[in-house]
Write a protein that binds this ligand. Structure first.
Ligand code: BTN
Length: 269
């Protein structure tokens, strides 16, 4: 059985998914250490891997977050995994895959604890506004067509938050930090991958509506005063809704409603 000292058991994950998922986890590749599971997944796509392939690693030496940030990825503590999907959608429609993945992860973590987990649009899993996990979706396209999407998932499981650098430790948390006990990364990975499979099937078979509704139910952003930093602008206002494309609708004090496709949200009040 391929595993490491702290109990991330790849064979156990494979066995728990085998025959029980439609797409996610058809193949699962475990690495002790990679630069980034998203980078490894992109390389596998280039080699023609199947949809549903999962890359999971004990450690990332160059873990990446959204908007060019670093994702600290020490060994033996947390979950770092990437799921390869090949949906037949346009490049503009991929935003909903981030929301779908955030919903799947939030539900999975809620199944383990009664923690008040919520989603900060578009990709943050939070507990009382402290980040416990995030999603990095990266798309591979041919002109005008999505050939594959890599959904990278990072969840702080047994991370000692007080050991994180200042500036991060104040805004981050982990399952262990919240509950005082250590958690099985294997069990949580299984639950997340089952959830990813369930929500991906719902998305393919019934469309975006159910994903957006689940996202709204879990959202801590809607109704809050927010500041949203996009590539070119900063918007402040009330986050009113998430539309059918997964975009955040922010109403500014002069009444203008702005549709935001991608950005960094800060909850102000
Ligand atoms: C974010 O909140 O900014 C997204 C964080 C995503 C981190 C995960 S860990 C697995 C995968 N590989 C990476 O390099 N990043 C994602």
């Amino acid at each position: 059985m391929k595993s490491n000292a702290s109990g991330l058991f790849a064979e156990a994950i494979k066995n728990s998914l085998s025959g029980r998922t439609k797409i996610v986890g058809r193949e699962l590749l475990f690495y002790e250490s990679v630069t980034s599971t998203n980078t490894t997944a992109m390389e596998l796509i280039g080699k023609g891997c199947n949809e549903g392939t999962v890359v999971i690693a004990d450690e990332q030496t160059g873990g990446r977050g959204r908007r060019g940030r670093t994702w600290l990825s020490p060994p033996s503590e947390n979950l770092y995994l990437s799921v390869i999907l090949k949906p037949e959608i346009s490049p503009e429609a991929t935003a909903v895959l981030t929301l779908m993945s955030a919903v799947a992860c939030a539900e999975a973590l809620k199944n383990f604890s009664s923690l008040p987990l919520s989603l900060k649009w578009p990709n943050d899993l939070t507990i009382a506004d402290r980040k416990i996990g995030g999603i990095l979706a990266e798309t591979r396209t041919d002109p005008g067509r999505v050939t594959a999407v890599v959904i990278g998932i990072g969840i702080n499981i047994n991370q000692d938050i007080s050991a994180l650098p200042p500036g991060i430790r104040e805004i981050a948390t982990s399952l262990k930090n919240e509950t005082g006990v250590a958690w099985s990364r294997t069990d949580i990975a299984v639950e997340i991958l089952h959830g990813m499979d369930k929500w991906y099937s719902i998305l393919i078979e019934t469309g975006k509506k159910a994903v957006i509704e689940a996202c709204l139910d879990l959202s801590s952003t809607i109704g809050r005063t927010v500041s949203v930093t996009t590539d070119n602008n900063i918007f402040t206002g009330i986050a009113e809704n998430i539309n059918n494309e997964g975009r955040l609708l922010v109403r500014s004090s002069n009444g203008t409603l702005t549709e935001i496709n991608s950005g960094d949200v800060t909850h102000l009040r």
